[in-house]
Design a protein around this ligand. Structure first.
Ligand code: SF4
Ligand code: SF4
Length: 301
């Protein structure tokens, strides 16, 4: 089984539009949206929900008002200021509870329950591109890395059940915990960047992540006509790091028009931009099988 993870250091590089186009071009794949804080692949893929379930992570103190005698011990011992009094009862503010369990241990009445915390919801859906696994982390919740790990496991399970050989994942922006989780077991990471100072800076960071985790990577320069100077700088960086550049795409209104139609840019009438994306998809295929050393040779040629 192969897994292509599409990431970018920053948002707004066109990562999700390109992932949707690849999902359209890949004949059989499981689509996976790992941007659990702000998922948007569903806007193009238009999934039909098949299954969903709670994402539980960590624990949360909950005071049973029928047992609580109002002694106030829990409020005194909570180092996070998560407990306050409401009339004769004490209550836990879930936004501030860190799940340390101190109040649970010290309550003389055993009035405090400690259930797992509901942090979000995972979904399994069908789309016109194939099955899709996605999720939504609840506002203010952490543990996005754990949710990414859960989605990746579900995507692998679904691919195995259906005999599909490719998982295509839209990663989260940045280089934080969810991105690191998304790199796990990836066959190839496509780094989508744009030729700007921040694009180059973020590319350097995500390329370093891939190098640290010894995962083969390739670079796609999107909106390449924004700055020939920075496009050249990205090419120089990639050559120095022996990372293959699979293509440069211009800024093109075809992407926005396709999004407005709820389509991938390769769906609908042929456009010069869509043709270039098709070529990049074709050029990516040998990189799945290439050894790191042969990737280096390609980048040098
Ligand atoms: S320590 Fe227990 S009994 Fe005392 S106020 Fe807190 S929940 Fe109520
Ligand atoms: S579990 Fe810890 S953080 Fe949460 S309310 Fe109890 S003492 Fe405070």
């Amino acid at each position: 089984m192969r897994e292509l993870v599409v990431i970018s250091g920053k948002g707004g590089t066109g990562k999700t539009s390109l992932t949707a186009a690849f999902a359209h071009l890949a004949e059989k794949n499981v689509l996976c949206d790992l941007d659990v804080d702000a998922p948007d692949l569903h806007l193009i893929a238009e999934p039909t929900l098949q299954r969903s379930g709670p994402f539980l992570a960590g624990h949360l103190a909950e005071i049973d008002p029928t047992i609580c005698t109002g002694c106030g011990t829990c409020k005194e011992v909570c180092a996070y200021g998560a407990i306050h009094q409401e009339e004769e009862h004490f209550v836990v503010d879930s936004r501030h509870c860190e799940g340390c369990k101190v109040c649970v241990a010290l309550c003389p009445e055993q009035a405090i329950d400690f259930p797992e915390r509901l942090c979000g919801t995972w979904y399994e859906s069908d789309t016109r591109f194939g099955p899709m696994v996605h999720a939504q982390l609840d506002p203010g919740q952490e543990n996005s890395g754990k949710l990414v790990t859960l989605l990746k496991a579900k995507a692998r399970e679904r691919a195995s059940q259906l005999g599909l050989e490719l998982i295509l994942s839209d990663g989260a922006p940045g280089i934080g915990c969810p991105v690191i989780s998304s790199l796990s077991q990836a066959s190839l990471v496509l780094l989508v960047t744009e030729p700007t100072p921040s694009g180059l800076h973020d590319l350097e960071r995500v390329a370093e992540l891939c190098r640290t985790f010894r995962i083969r990577s390739a670079v796609l320069i999107n909106k390449a006509d924004l700055s020939p100077e920075y496009e050249a700088a990205i090419q120089v960086f990639c050559q120095a790091r022996e990372i293959p550049v699979v293509g440069s795409l211009p800024h093109d209104s075809a992407v926005t028009k396709a999004m407005v139609r709820g389509q991938a840019v390769t769906e609908g009438p042929d456009t010069p931009f869509g043709t270039k994306v098709r070529q990049i998809w074709t050029d990516l295929q040998p990189l799945f099988e290439a050894s790191p050393s042969s990737l280096s040779k390609e980048s040098k040629s």
